[in-house]
Design a protein around this ligand. Structure first.
Ligand SMILES: [Zn+2]
Length: 159
């Protein structure tokens, strides 16, 4: 008789509590802890760039990753939803108008958030999912450069 290994049910199939359901709804279903995000966080951690905050509510646009002390906000954009200029994903073939409008709104919101952050003295880095997939060390290098870019004296004054 062949041995059948019983698979454990993955944790994410556990039913959501009412609180979780509400907060998911409030977030507009924004995906968190996606694969690219975990990839980036792992790279930052191993690269010694620790002390980040994730989806911090206190800054415009809740950047995926931010370093409050360095005033550095990092958005890791999914190519499809945020309309990546590098890999330029095709528009869906059906309901094209709906999608085009939705994407335009996404892009406007991204733009507004970047402007708000810059106005508040933040450095903003956008990393596209495809860039990260192709070149993790390159992305890490960009983050490191910006992370090093704001001297401590600046943020001590600003705090
Ligand atoms: Zn892309």
């Amino acid at each position: 008789m062949p041995k059948t290994k019983k698979k454990y049910a993955p944790a994410e199939t556990a039913p959501l509590t009412a609180q979780e359901r509400v907060s998911r709804y409030m977030r507009g279903n924004k995906a968190k802890h996606t694969q690219p995000e975990l990839l980036l966080r792992r790279a930052l951690w191993h690269g010694g760039l620790r002390g980040y905050r994730l989806h911090w509510k206190k800054v415009p646009g809740k950047p995926d990753v931010c370093y409050p002390g360095r005033r550095l906000a990092i958005f890791l954009h999914g190519c499809f939803w945020h309309r990546c200029p590098y890999c330029a994903p095709a528009l869906p073939k059906t309901n094209t108008t709906f999608w085009a409008e939705k994407f335009a709104r996404n892009q406007e919101r991204d733009h507004r958030n970047r402007e708000k952050l810059k106005a508040a003295g933040w450095q903003v880095l956008v990393i596209w999912a495809c860039q990260l997939q192709k070149d993790v060390p390159g992305c890490l290098f960009a983050v490191k450069a910006l992370h090093a870019g704001v001297p401590e004296s600046y943020w001590l004054e600003a705090a």
